[in-house]
Design a protein around this ligand. Structure first.
Ligand code: HAM
Length: 427
């Protein structure tokens, strides 16, 4: 036997048993999105590399270390999307969605993203993000709505142990001033910090606060706080967002060290964390406002945006560790059992007819003993089985068996669809 080719590291196969859960979650996400009046946008899985370098930020871990980038046959640098915001904003600008009569545009997406990260439970190299972006206008109400949408997703699935961590990153001028203060604060001791932090000092000092290695250092604990650098406008905006969250009864905690790993954020930034000791990566979801991004990618300056994204993988892990079972229906309606050549041939036609009538139906492909066929009906979790033998063919009848209570009835072919309609669809 030849050596098998394995799946690439950091990716997963979603097998039929699991894909039912994925479909359930995806349908749930679509339903909630529609309830909040968001519409789906589908952008390419790969984009020109420059989009992410400009959009996500040259100094971020994503752009520096994690992108799947290659030259295509036309010598263009292409990158598999590491996240959905940059592509959505690109599409918004390129397709002039800002000229639409509905403002802001409320968009959502579901699809695979790619980051070359260290594999861990909850961290993959291909993962599926659901995200939303609200682009065009700015209002504290929009920020609160976006956070409440994220919060509702978990709550509506029964995940109770969650908390919103929230911070404001101010406007670009306030951030610049804050960054200068951080450089002054860290520079004398920076040689004692990890290599990443040393690199971040000049390029992106706020990210030092996000370091997972040097968290215990004294300089980290007494670092200047961004809140002290905010002007009145930014403070007022943040306060209003928080008061809307209070109105919506959303549990949150202001975390002045929350800086997020992407460069485009301004003002509101948030993450949703799960409080469960069995989960290693507790951040289920993250997002925030990105007022400068539309301009940075060539769009109109006055356009503002906010959004968040979560991965379906982490959502499923959260459900599992909270012992929440999804209400998944993997039953079929009818399994058709047939004995004898004529009945076998007829079973194929009948199954086809049942499917056209909207029933989930399967027949036995092989002329096996009735017992073996009934066993298969059980494995398929059929609600009913239809049994056809020579006699049934002769009398133009079939036997319909309720697989739960084992009741059997003989039904004329001409009445079969109505009978099943009543029994199955009328349930
Ligand atoms: P992010 O924080 O990089 O933000 O990712 C958002 C979420 O995607 C994370 O909270 C996590 O659930 C999931 N995620 C990220 N990387 C992985 C991975 N390697 N494996 C599994 N799940 C992962 C963004 O991507 C921003 N685009 C969010 C946003 C939208 N901000 C504004 N709009």
């Amino acid at each position: 036997m030849k050596k098998i080719v394995n799946i690439p590291r950091g990716t997963q196969d979603i097998l039929p048993k699991e894909s039912k859960k994925w479909q359930y979650i995806e349908n749930h996400l679509r339903k909630i999105s529609e309830n909040f009046c968001y519409k789906e946008i589908r952008t390419p899985i790969f984009e020109l590399t420059e989009l992410f370098a400009r959009g996500v930020g040259d100094t971020t871990d994503i752009v520096q270390k994690e992108m799947y980038t290659f030259l295509d046959k036309g010598n263009r640098s292409i990158t598999l999307r590491p996240e959905g915001t940059a592509g959505t904003v690109r599409s918004y600008i390129e397709n002039k969605l800002f000229a639409d009569t509905i403002k802001p545009q409320k968009l959502y997406y579901i699809g695979p993203m790619f980051r070359y990260e260290r594999k861990q439970k909850g961290r993959y190299r291909q993962f599926f993000q659901y995200g939303v972006e609200v682009i065009g206008e700015e209002s504290e109400k929009i920020d609160a709505e976006v956070i409440s949408l994220a919060y509702n997703i978990y709550k509506s699935l029964g995940i109770e142990n969650i908390k919103v961590s929230i911070n404001t990153l101010g406007n670009p001028e306030e951030r610049n001033e804050y960054n200068r203060a951080l450089i002054n604060h860290f520079k004398k001791e920076i040689h004692n910090f990890c290599e990443d932090c040393q690199n971040r000092l000049e390029k992106n000092p706020m990210r030092i606060l996000d370091c997972k290695v040097d968290t215990k250092k004294e300089l980290m604990k007494n670092a200047p706080k961004l809140l002290d650098f905010l002007g009145e406008e930014s403070k007022k905006y943040f306060k209003k967002v928080l008061s809307y969250l209070d109105d919506l009864k959303i549990k949150y905690e202001v975390d002045p060290n929350l800086v997020r790993g992407l460069d485009y954020y301004t003002h509101t930034a948030f993450e949703i964390m799960i409080d469960n000791k069995d989960i290693e990566l507790k951040t289920l979801c993250g997002g925030g406002r990105y007022n400068g991004l539309i301009k940075m990618l060539g769009g109109p300056e006055e356009e503002k945006g906010i959004g968040f994204a979560l991965s379906i993988e982490r959502l499923l892990l959260a459900l599992e560790s909270e012992n929440i079972e999804l209400n998944i229906n993997d039953k079929i309606d009818i399994y058709v059992v047939s004995v004898g050549e004529e009945a076998n041939e007829y079973s194929m036609k009948l199954t086809n007819l049942l499917r056209i009538h909207g029933f989930k139906a399967q027949n036995s492909y092989f002329d096996k003993k009735i017992k073996a066929q009934m066993k298969m009906a059980d494995r398929y979790k059929a609600k009913f089985s239809i049994i056809i033998g020579e006699e049934e063919i002769k009398d133009k009848k079939v036997t319909v068996k309720n697989m739960e209570n084992h009741n059997q009835e003989s039904i004329k072919i001409e009445n079969l669809m109505n009978y099943l309609e009543e029994k199955i669809k009328g349930e």
